[in-house]
Design a protein around this ligand. Sequence first.
Ligand SMILES: *[C@@H]1O[C@H](CO)[C@@H](O)[C@H](O)[C@H]1NC(C)=O
Ligand SMILES: *[C@@H]1O[C@H](CO)[C@@H](O)[C@H](O)[C@H]1NC(C)=O
Ligand SMILES: *[C@@H]1O[C@H](CO)[C@@H](O)[C@H](O)[C@H]1NC(C)=O
Ligand SMILES: *[C@@H]1O[C@H](CO)[C@@H](O)[C@H](O)[C@H]1NC(C)=O
Ligand SMILES: *[C@@H]1O[C@H](CO)[C@@H](O)[C@H](O)[C@H]1NC(C)=O
Ligand SMILES: *[C@@H]1O[C@H](CO)[C@@H](O)[C@H](O)[C@H]1NC(C)=O
Length: 502
Amino acid sequence: MLLQKLCGLVLVSIFPLHECFVSAQTSAVGDPGMRRDGLRVAIEAWNQCNEVGEEAPNMASPRYADCFDLYNSTSTIRVVHRVNERDNKLGILNATSRGRGPLDVNQYAAWKEIYLGGKCQVQDKPKPWQFWMIMLKSGNMDTLAAVCPNNGRKASPFPPESRFPCFGKGCMNMPLIYHNYTTVREDLGRNKLKGSFYGTWDLDAAAASVTKELITQNDSSYYEVIWEKEVGKGSWNFHHILKTSSKYPWLMLYLRADATTGFSGGYHYQTRGMMKMIPKSPNFTVKFTLDIKQGGGPRSQFYLMDIGSCWKNNGQPCSGDVTTDVTRYSEMIINPSVDSWCNPTSLQSCPPYHTLLNGTRIHRSDKENFPYEAYHIYCTPGNAQHPEEPYNFCDPYSNPQPQEILQILPHPVWGEYGYPTKKGEGWIGDPKTWELDVGKLSQALYFYQDPGTAPADRYWSSIDLGTEIFMSDNRVAEWTVSDFDIIVPNEAAGAITNIGTK
Ligand SMILES: *[C@@H]1O[C@H](CO)[C@@H](O)[C@H](O)[C@H]1NC(C)=O
Ligand SMILES: *[C@@H]1O[C@H](CO)[C@@H](O)[C@H](O)[C@H]1NC(C)=O
Ligand SMILES: *[C@@H]1O[C@H](CO)[C@@H](O)[C@H](O)[C@H]1NC(C)=O
Ligand SMILES: *[C@@H]1O[C@H](CO)[C@@H](O)[C@H](O)[C@H]1NC(C)=O
Ligand SMILES: *[C@@H]1O[C@H](CO)[C@@H](O)[C@H](O)[C@H]1NC(C)=O
Ligand SMILES: *[C@@H]1O[C@H](CO)[C@@H](O)[C@H](O)[C@H]1NC(C)=O
């Protein structure tokens, strides 16, 4: 727990010292600042609509974990893993033998996440927690297969369209996932921990050929996340690489802090995660160090911060009914090549209004004052009944339910929240430790609700960062994340909410 003392000079001169405003803060994540030697990390892979669809051959269900404790009683440090290869290799073939039938592959993956969570769980107050989550997603979509619902409703097949990449049958495959379990190694008197997940979406790649070499090889997809830490010192460092190919031109790799129960943003099954308290607007901040080494090309939507939640258009929390639940996302894209699509001649790509810190609203038709360049794009929920004209729906297939997306760009209006104010800030060659007032920002952002409904409590059940390389092949992004933390008021610890659970 951090104690933050806020004593204004004026305050001190008028009131006795003990009347200074003292606000207690605490971390919402199980491992504040990524400092715990006994790491808890997992990986998940999603298709275009956040499902599995079909397991990759011989790859088990695409949920794996690396969770261990360190033992230090003897002269050498030992790493004791909580999740073994039998657990990680569980797949749909095991469904019946484990008394799990007749789950389908999607439900099985959700079950496996909870199973792995049980192995990784760390007892804590006010709630136990499980793991950081590495998320992989491919945007490929087989329009003829019609496996992804359209705004939460059953879709019909339609002919291929260029906005949905697909090389043919099977294009929505899960990636190959390989795992180097964390080990400890002594190096010049220091004990170093290191482990990784890595792989490719190219199913024809021979296991032995799935190495970092794929980055330089023409037209292979590749990803890796390597975590390293010195025992007893500093933060974990998560080193990410993501490469697209012509078969897989739209790929995503994020590091997520998800809620430990309930639905995380964009996922309609119970999840496990890192956030033992769910941050609520306007009172929380997110801290982390980000070092971007390669950007992933001009269409790499690198999210400095991505927040996800779910509430209905009437302001009620989501219930699991995919026709009325709405995933809400907001992201700050820091790639300076990504431009604003919101402008005075394209108002459908702007939120209806921008809100200043003092509550003043500026309508998007106010050409003099609306900060068009602060917004990349805004998309109205696909099931909104009364959206203000003109409006834009987007990505009707990419979530199990309709979604609302608000993507922002570096701009002076975000400066008061600690976000970048100009293009290029925090980008390649400008590593930074950020302390973002995500709580206040997310309170000020526009999100749709039906007219006359009470404003939703904005709880954010998923907070992550990473990149979405959009429709461009053979692009490489590379970055590291460390020191990740989410700070909430201490009161939040007492007010445990069960967001999104049925
Ligand atoms: C191992 O134990 C020693 C002595 O108690 C302690 O100083 C050291 O920090 C411990 N190392 C780890 C990795 O826990
Ligand atoms: C899961 O199924 C595979 C393939 O049938 C089998 O080899 C493995 O032993 C099973 N694992 C468990 C834990 O039952
Ligand atoms: C995984 O381990 C193998 C064998 O030690 C090593 O060659 C490879 O570089 C490692 N890969 C990653 C991504 O850590
Ligand atoms: C690399 O791959 C692209 C896409 O498949 C192809 O058009 C190009 O000819 C390849 N280049 C080389 C040098 O093989
Ligand atoms: C949350 O923030 C609001 C506005 O900044 C403030 O009035 C309130 O006291 C804060 N609540 C807590 C629990 O810190
Ligand atoms: C809010 O802030 C803006 C910009 O600083 C200012 O023009 C406006 O007068 C303020 N409104 C109120 C109600 O304070």
